[in-house]
Ligand binder design. Structure first.
Ligand SMILES: *Cc1c(COP(=O)(O)O)cnc(C)c1O
Length: 367
């Protein structure tokens, strides 16, 4: 066997007729920027997350950037986030001239530890960016409570967590705004880049709409400095088709995760879904002290794995200017040496999953 870590062509083949049809429709319409496909997708995504407003943008990174700007984050402000995430979560903070302030993670969910946030708040703190890593939400109840106490904004980085929930309340509906990515490997993936800002705040929605459109509400009237950060019509049309299948795909991810948990739990630390939390498993990540040996063993037997993330952000070269040192965030650092993500995409077959499980079991029982 030679398995893929993620095979996007399987999903395309399943939906080929529907997707080809909408692509044709957009191409033939001559309307490639904005238009009905984008506004209908915005309505459908807002309804899906039970949030009042949704604005399509060009990527998850841009969703974070324009959300921070709309929330009023400025140069010199401090923004609290986790060091155990993709670079984009913190990059946008620095990009605005604000300062990323990292807070270590919980051992079980790999999400920012709400107990540690308060001690990092200063006069300059403006915002918290919790990241719902791998598809398990951060503890939004406690994070929003701290934010309320200190009057901070909360921008959810839900790039990996569309559809994730706490007590049936979906990601992006807890903070002042929530950000989605439609990067192809995310649970709802476009055929290119795309993203979205979801918010109950009409004020933030209006600002985001202007920011992604050169600071303009009315064509050639510019009230602020903005960006070209729009979602393409063709991507919106494809995403509308895919959104209808999202719940079913999440169930397939969950069933892979459940099977892995049952069979691997004796040998590795399997991912946790906290009580009341709906995990959508954008990644299925185990912890083992034998990570590198296991990874090599699996690779030799045709099972690809990925390390998310090998270097926590406080130790990245780009953030050296912040003055962090090795040892500052022990849990993030430890997790980065032990974590390994297994294939968990919906279209992975049961035979393939069983082969992955058997190969991992043979590693632990023979070595
Ligand atoms: C993918 C991702 C982003 C960025 O999304 P893009 O669409 O690639 O710009 C941001 N944060 C997290 C946690 C991500 O996984």
């Amino acid at each position: 066997m030679n398995l893929p870590f993620l095979d996007l062509t399987r999903q395309y083949r399943e939906l080929k007729n529907e997707i080809d049809e909408v692509i044709q429709r957009v191409v033939a319409s001559g309307r490639y920027i904005g238009g009905d496909e984008v506004s209908l997708f915005e309505e459908e995504a807002a309804r899906y997350a039970s949030v009042k407003n949704a604005v399509g943008v060009s990527s998850g990174t841009d969703a974070l950037l324009v959300s921070l700007m709309a929330a009023g984050v400025q140069s010199g402000d401090e923004v609290i986030t986790t060091p155990f995430t993709f670079i984009a979560s913190a990059e946008v903070i620095s990009f605005l001239g604000a300062k990323p302030v990292f807070v270590d993670i919980e051992e079980d969910t790999f999400n920012i530890d709400p107990d540690l946030i308060e001690s990092h708040i200063t006069e300059r703190t403006a915002c918290i960016i919790p990241v719902h890593i791998f598809g398990h939400m951060a503890d939004m109840r406690r994070i929003t409570a701290v934010a309320k106490k200190y009057q901070l904004k909360v921008i959810e980085d839900a790039a990996q967590a569309i559809g994730a929930s706490i007590e049936d309340q979906k990601a992006c509906s807890f903070g002042d705004a929530g950000c989605l990515s439609f990067f192809p490997s995310k649970n709802l993936g476009a055929f290119g880049d795309g993203g979205m800002v979801l918010t109950d705040s009409d004020g933030i929605a209006v600002e985001v709409r202007k920011l992604k459109e050169h600071g303009s509400e009315k064509r050639y009237h510019h009230s602020m400095v903005g960006l070209n950060a729009r979602l393409d019509a063709i991507q919106a049309a494809i995403l509308r088709v895919k959104l209808r299948h999202l719940e079913q795909w999440a169930q397939m991810r969950i069933s892979h995760a459940t099977a892995y948990n049952e069979r691997l739990g004796e040998f590795v630390k399997v991912p946790v879904s906290k009580d009341g939390y709906g995990h959508v498993f954008n990644q299925y990540s185990i912890l083992t002290k034998k990570r590198d040996e296991l990874r090599k063993y699996l690779q030799e037997r045709g099972v690809p794995t990925v390390v998310y993330y090998p270097i926590p952000l406080h130790l990245q070269e780009v953030f050296q200017y912040l003055g962090y040192r090795k040892g500052d965030f022990p849990i993030s650092e430890e997790v980065s040496t032990r974590i390994l993500s297994l294939p968990v995409f919906p279209e992975l077959s049961q035979d393939e999953r069983d082969y992955i499980i058997e190969t991992i079991l043979s590693f632990f029982t023979t070595s």
